[in-house]
Design a protein around this ligand. Structure first.
Ligand code: MRU
Length: 361
């Protein structure tokens, strides 16, 4: 998508030096737009762990490119497997990380560059597919509202910066906007790292999509007053039964949506489905991050970008990065192949070939 009128993907191979992968340093958005270079697989691991890049599909793509960078120094399968395992330790919740590493390991190292490129190109097509299917849901609401703006609430950043391009939850928004359907997006700020306030608002603003940033606790109030027509979020891992792990706070939005009869949709590429597990709450590992992300907030003043402490010196803080929304609270899953019920039958109806996967439980 575009930044100041120029089209970018979120990750790409440097056209002038094929030993360098380039990314946008998302830690600095929206205040600074800096392109960062990955020269080794370890650079890729740091970029994932320290969240220069984030978002499930982009984490998978970065892992794939990190494996490509590793293959520039070794083509030994055992060494590459070991590197893959180290990459898997960077962030535990997004299943795309495992998917990206496993797909590269199943490839001849001589072809790693083509494979990483294919993963990125496929991700873009998958996002466009979610955009087309999600558009129909937005259209339906727009027709019922006789063309008045459709109010969509989203959480975290499930935008093009969380994927390679177009996004997951944002793909239907961009597609609707391009189709001339008026929409307005309520953007949860998404503490502690504020991916909504920093990144989703930046993305939507760059595309001229009307939006309003709200604090995370506002959604329930808006829904009680009829100000949300649909919730639309992404996911980092979806079980074969349709339970959905996403950024912490998503579950509370789903509860409020259920209480107020607001449809709650989750957009996901099939790469985010973990066919090996059924029960999200007990089986999805939830990343716990540094407490400093809770005790401090980052922002900009006239002297630059700073982080300031907002809690007492001695108060401990806990930082659970994701939560699980049970399938019963999800109205539908928007995938690249269509919209389905959040259930094993629903998912297998769209992806029958994945019956081949064995479940652990
Ligand atoms: O911790 P993050 O920023 O990687 O979390 C990202 C999200 O929770 C997104 O909503 C998710 O990856 C799904 S959409 C691509």
């Amino acid at each position: 998508m575009k930044v100041n009128g120029t089209h970018y993907r979120s990750i790409w191979l440097d056209p002038n030096d094929h030993m360098i992968v380039q990314i946008i340093d998302q830690r600095l958005l929206p205040h600074e737009f800096i392109i960062h270079e990955l020269k080794t697989w370890q650079d890729g691991a740091v970029a994932i762990k320290d969240m220069y890049v984030r978002g499930a599909p982009l984490i998978g793509a970065t892992a794939a490119w990190s494996m490509y960078l590793a293959s520039l120094t070794t083509t030994d399968q055992a060494a590459l497997k070991d590197i893959g395992e180290q990459l898997l330790e960077t962030r535990p919740t997004a299943v795309n990380l495992r998917w990206g590493v496993e797909r590269m390991l199943a490839t001849n190292p001589a072809n790693y560059r083509a494979e990483a490129e294919a993963i990125c190109d496929e991700d873009v097509e998958i996002s466009k597919g979610m955009g087309r299917h999600g558009l129909e849901l937005i259209k339906e609401i727009s027709t019922k509202k006789k063309g008045a703006p459709v109010n969509i609430l989203t959480h975290c950043n499930a935008g093009w910066l969380a994927t390679v391009d177009w996004g997951t939850a944002t793909a239907p928004m961009y597609t609707a906007h391009e189709a001339g359907i008026p929409i307005h997006v309520w953007v949860d700020e998404t503490r502690p790292r504020n991916q909504g306030a920093h990144i989703t608002a930046f993305e939507l603003g760059q595309h001229g999509i009307p939006h309003t940033v709200i604090v995370d606790n506002t959604g329930g109030h808006l829904m009680q007053h009829g100000l949300v027509d649909m919730c639309l979020v992404g996911t980092d891992r979806t079980t074969r039964c349709g339970d959905v792990a996403n950024k912490i706070g998503t579950y509370l939005k789903a509860l409020a949506a259920n209480d107020n009869n607001v449809p709650f949709y989750v957009a996901l590429p099939s790469t985010t489905i973990d066919w090996t597990i059924r029960a999200g709450v007990s089986e999805i590992p939830i990343e716990q991050r540094d407490a400093e992300e809770v005790t401090h907030v980052r922002g900009k003043d006239e002297r630059g970008i700073h982080s300031v402490q907002i809690t007492p010196d001695d108060s401990p803080a806990a930082n659970y990065a994701f939560d699980v929304t049970p399938a019963r609270l999800v109205t539908g899953l928007i995938t690249e192949r269509g919209v389905c019920e959040a259930s094993e039958e629903g998912l297998l109806g769209l992806f029958p070939e994945d019956l081949r996967f064995e479940t652990k439980t």
